[in-house]
Design a protein around this ligand. Sequence first.
Ligand code: FPP
Length: 225
Amino acid sequence: MDGNGRWAEQRGLPRTDGHTAGEQALFEVLDGADELGVGWFTVYAFSTENWRRPVEEVEFLLRFNEEIMLGRQEELHERNIRIRFIGRRDRRVPRRLVRRMEEAVALTRDNTGLTFTIAFNYGGRAELVDAVQRIVDAGTKRVSEKTIARNLYDPEMPDPDLVIRTSGEYRVSNFLLWELAYSELVFSEALWPDFGRQHLYTAIKEFQDRDRRYGGIVDPGESIG
Ligand code: FPP
């Protein structure tokens, strides 16, 4: 959800107003994805690098995420959406926010619709470090790709088919490093608060026109063997 700060700066507003506008975009795009029947929808809400921002912005984002959880969980629950989190639970994440996250997860645990995963205090490298640490702690001697995958923050989360990066930046920025090995990447010039349902449709259309070969010659979906 990149470009909130620039969206606000372009309007002479504080950066935090960009995040507030980003909330509207998020729930508009989530609606669009849900209507299309997307099963798993993951957003990068706060990265392990975002702690380096000015303290006022960090504090705003922590409170903002808590308020979104409080304000939206009932509505998401009524829509049969399952909420999950990926990321590191270190001491910097306030206990109250962790409790809110746990409440939202517990409330929506048995829902069978779209899974809405929020990457919070998330970093792809941190996820791999944490996975390796767990494997070492368990005394595992032989490690396979499955061992790593089973020790990621959410072992049930499928690898994403499509990753969308907004705001004209062409980087992965430490997002889902293991999981996006074969994802299709779509880049949009739109700043996140301007990204809407139509942009989602355009990105999905671009995804559908791609030829996915996973290192082989044909898409496994078309393969005969
Ligand atoms: C990046 O824009 C955006 C963020 C750091 C936060 C976005 C978070 C939300 C919209 C709320 C999500 C919350 C939940 C609970 C799902 P930026 O500040 O990096 O923009 P810039 O690159 O223009 O500076």
